[in-house]
Design a protein around this ligand. Structure first.
Ligand SMILES: Cc1cc2nc3c(=O)[nH]c(=O)nc-3n(C[C@H](O)[C@H](O)[C@H](O)COP(=O)(O)O)c2cc1C
Length: 358
């Protein structure tokens, strides 16, 4: 086994061999949420994607979007970008406050096409490999990567092997292509994840297609990956990795306390509450409008408390529903406005980045 592979495993073991991972999520895997999921079985968390260039140009961007605390570990900070020097500069700014720098090669949004990062950069093999190599040589924490897959299986497998050789210490594979996005999310391909796990020697994390705790167990079993990363199911049930469905009203209240403690932004609070309270808001649409219009922390808290009383008699299991909306295969014209709002959260972040850009 070569040195790099040995070091990758040593690194993973030193983190405590985490198995249950909170995904990077713009406006959603912020400090308060990470701290909540850590209470319920998450053993490693990622920051939301941070834009390298904007980070190096704007101190206010860094201060607003990269917040952490000593208890918030292990933590991988995720960067996006395409210029190795800029990515290195951004990584050097935060490497002392995280355990690894993760590179986003998975974002399928329009802004990633425009800025040439995420899944669009994945098309440029040489550039991807140069970024991984140069970043590894210039920072003191390990470099990890999160990718989507190509339709062409061989191309995917070849690229993952090259990424490993370039110095990536952990690879997360989201088993969907960049075209499987928005209304075309569709099935996540665990078979390709299993093939990648079999092919590579570094630790591999699986991402995508997790709805419930039994999916977590099944994914570990079927793909043999080292860890499972969840995004949307965890947003709806931050206690997913505890293997239990806790009372979502209580979790919403607890999130509000953490949001206050860790100074979450209102945009983050609102987006979390739409998911945590999804089923209640479907029934009590007056509260949904109230949540949409809420402008202060207190107004958001008021909705949580009112809804707690109103849906007290709904069984815990029946309170889940937001992530299942994909299973209903809703056509775009069947979706309600709040679904759209929530699904477009990354696009809102796009706008925000554009503002910082201008
Ligand atoms: C609100 C939201 C924000 C996201 N932001 C990021 C991000 O910053 N970086 C990233 O690599 N993926 C991001 N993703 C994608 C997720 O990390 C994950 O790859 C995807 O949702 C599939 O996992 P799931 O099926 O468990 O939801 C985001 C997803 C959501 C729903």
């Amino acid at each position: 086994m070569d040195d790099h592979i040995q070091q990758a495993w040593q690194f993973y073991r030193n983190l405590g061999s985490p198995k249950f991972i909170c995904a990077p999520m713009v406006d959603q895997s912020e400090l308060a949420f990470r701290m909540q999921t850590r209470k319920y079985g998450t053993t490693l968390a990622y920051t939301p994607m941070l834009h390298s260039r904007i980070m190096t140009e704007s101190k206010s961007y860094k201060d607003e979007f990269f917040t952490t605390c000593p208890e918030d570990r292990p933590l991988f900070a995720q960067l996006c970008g395409h210029d190795p020097q800029v990515i290195i500069k951004a990584a050097l700014m935060i490497q002392d406050q995280c355990d690894a720098i993760d590179l986003n090669f998975g974002c399928p949004q329009g802004i990633a096409r425009k800025g040439l990062y995420g899944a669009f950069l994945l098309e440029k093999r040489e550039q991807v490999l140069t970024i991984v190599k140069e970043l590894k040589q210039n920072i003191k924490v390990p470099v990890t990567c999160k990718i989507r897959v190509f339709k062409d299986r061989k191309r995917t497998l070849d690229l993952t092997k090259d990424i490993q050789s370039a110095g990536c210490s952990i690879l997360t594979v989201h088993g969907r292509t960049k075209e499987q996005n928005k209304d075309f999310v569709g099935q996540c391909d665990w078979n390709i994840i299993a093939e990648i796990k079999q092919l590579l020697q570094i630790p591999v994390f699986a991402n995508g297609g997790i709805y419930t705790w039994s999916d977590v167990e099944r994914c570990l079993q079927e793909t043999k990956v080292d860890a499972v990363m969840s995004s949307e199911a965890l947003l709806e049930n931050p206690a997913l990795f505890s293997g239990e469905i806790k009372d979502l009203n209580e979790l919403a209240l607890e999130y509000m306390q953490l949001a206050k403690q860790y100074d979450a932004r209102l945009v983050e609070i609102k987006a979390h509450l739409f998911k945590l309270l999804y089923t209640g808001l479907q029934i009590h649409t007056d509260q949904r409008s109230k949540l949409a219009a809420a402008k202060t922390y207190e107004e958001h808290l008021e909705v949580v408390i009112e809804l707690k009383n109103k849906r007290a008699d709904i069984p815990k299991e029946d309170k889940l529903g937001w992530y299942k909306r994909y299973q209903n295969f809703k056509q775009p014209n069947q979706k309600d406005k709040e679904d759209d709002k929530q699904e477009n959260i990354i696009q809102e972040q796009d706008l925000l980045l554009q503002n910082y850009d201008s």
